[in-house]
Design a protein around this ligand. Structure first.
Ligand code: UD1
Ligand code: CA
Length: 455
């Protein structure tokens, strides 16, 4: 059976109090709408139609790379009206799954159960029992327990109001039937809207059986109306992510204090200390340790490397058994070969550093190629920028750069060379040479320091 998915995303989301459309607000670094599209995609549907409205251009712009159809709902006349806008774009599918873009954490396993359970019915839906059902449409069942209708809270009688089983909005509907039901919807109700939920009683009158399925976790069907709920779902998702890591052999020191915003691939025996943030595509090899408050964004870190506290690493490739930090900043384009040590207050940018080299203190190495077993002393700076252009610094194997050296690029220091501390290197240094460029020390004997006038 061919499946079409309709994602409702036209609501204003006024309680977000935001210039940004609600469905673009991120959870785990990704817009809510993107989560729902991704989940829908896992069901291998024939097509996905997103119904957009308020702020729609921005939504389409930001989600341009998503391979979906877009249906504009100019006025938000209700969920039934919204689905109607999507119908012409759905093609020849047999069943339609309705999802909400502001219910971002629905699991595809739950949707699969819905799809399976309603294989022989014309209508399946997700329902849950809530302690506090305020605001939701209530599920009304007959004496045999079969669903007979959904009543919106604003239209509910006292008895219906007291029902705790609610509609979460997610439904799977036979396409042909839906077309005939939608035609017959009206807006004679408390909110003056075309309710999608009214198709339930129509279906029941035609003798259709309605199947219901419940999710394993309540957060799957929780909607986001304001930023408090957004933050709650963020924590739920992070907690699920942390548990998954731990089950796969990762030590997470405090699962309530870790954030994964993207696709982290974390190997066994990795340890993540508190307040670690992994953003984008991050790969951590076996036994890697990441210290407290470190942020890793789009990077690969090979096995056995230790990243100490307070490091920021972005768009970089770090080899095996390196030591980084605390307080190191590794910027885009950095590649560290195995065994490198990058110490505190060191910034590395667009530099390739060969194995076992050390930059341990207070240095800037940018646009540089650094050989093997090089020792770069404290306070060394590659002067890569002349105000207009960037230039490279090339340092050969086994070079020793004394502390407080400036390497004015473009410049090459050949292998085995030594640079005396405090030098400003403006010309290439030959293999195994010693280069020094500091003024000779002189001493004035019995120097009297100036003193303040006592009178
Ligand atoms: C809807 C259900 C209710 C259910 C609740 C779950 C109806 C009539 N009611 O009520 O039974 O318990 O969801 O949250 O369906 N939307 C559009 N266009 C519109 C109206 C809504 O795209 O014209 C979208 C919204 O962006 C949102 C979703 O549909 O993603 C639900 O709309 P909302 O107004 O929140 O519906 P509720 O009144 O909460
Ligand atoms: Ca809602």
């Amino acid at each position: 059976m061919k499946l079409g998915v309709v994602i409702l995303a036209a609501g204003q989301g006024s309680r977000m109090k935001s210039a940004i459309p609600k469905v673009l607000h991120p959870i785990a670094g990704k817009p809510m709408l993107a989560h729902v599209i991704e989940t829908a995609r896992k069901l291998n549907p024939d097509n996905i139609v997103v119904v957009y409205g308020h702020g729609g251009e921005l939504v389409r712009e930001q989600m341009a790379s998503a391979d979906v159809e877009w249906a504009l709902q100019e006025q938000q006349l209700g969920t039934g009206h919204a689905v109607e806008q999507a119908m012409p774009l759905l093609g020849s599918v047999d069943r339609i799954l309705v999802l909400y873009a502001d219910v971002p954490l629905i699991r595809h396993e739950t949707l699969l159960r819905l799809i399976e359970s309603s294989a022989d019915t014309n209508l399946g839906m997700l329902t849950v029992e809530l302690d506090n059902p305020t605001g939701y449409g209530r599920i009304v069942r007959d004496e045999e327990g079969a669903v007979s209708q959904i009543v919106e809270q604003k239209d509910a009688s006292a008895a219906e109001f007291a029902i705790h089983e609610v509609n979460v909005g997610i439904m799977l509907i036979n396409r042909e039937r839906l077309a005939t039901w939608i035609e017959r919807l009206d807006d004679n109700n408390a909110q003056g809207e075309f309710y999608l939920t009214d198709i339930i009683s129509m279906a029941v009158k035609q003798g259709a059986v309605i199947s219901t399925v419940s999710p394993d976790d309540l957060f799957e069907v929780a909607g986001v109306n304001d930023r408090v709920q957004l933050a709650e779902l963020e924590r739920e998702l992070q907690s699920v992510g942390a548990q998954e890591l731990m089950r796969n052999g990762v030590t997470v020191i405090d699962p309530a204090r870790i954030d994964i915003r993207g696709n982290a691939s974390v190997s066994q025996d990795v340890t993540l200390d508190v307040n670690v943030i992994l953003e984008g595509d991050v790969e951590l090899g076996e036994g890697v340790r990441v210290g407290a408050n470190s942020i890793l964004r789009n990077c690969k870190v090979a096995a056995g490397t230790v990243i100490k506290e307070m490091c920021v690493i972005e768009d970089a490739i770090i080899g095996e058994s390196c030591q980084i930090g605390p307080f190191a900043r590794i910027r885009p384009g950095t590649e560290l070969a195995p065994g490198c040590h990058i110490g505190n207050f060191v910034e590395i940018k667009n530099a390739q550093v060969a194995r076992d080299s050390k930059v341990n203190h207070l240095s800037y190495v940018g646009d540089a190629t650094v050989g093997e077993s090089v020792n770069i002393g404290a306070g060394t700076i590659t002067c890569n920028y002349d105000g207009a252009y960037k230039h490279r610094t090339v340092i050969g194997d086994h070079v020793f750069v004394g502390s407080d050296t400036q390497l004015v690029a473009p410049v090459t220091v050949e292998s085995g060379a030594t640079i005396g501390a405090g030098s400003t290197i403006t010309a290439d240094v030959k293999e195994n040479a010693l280069a020094l460029s500091r003024t000779k020390q002189r001493s004035v004997m019995n120097w009297k320091r100036p003193q303040k006038d006592k009178g």
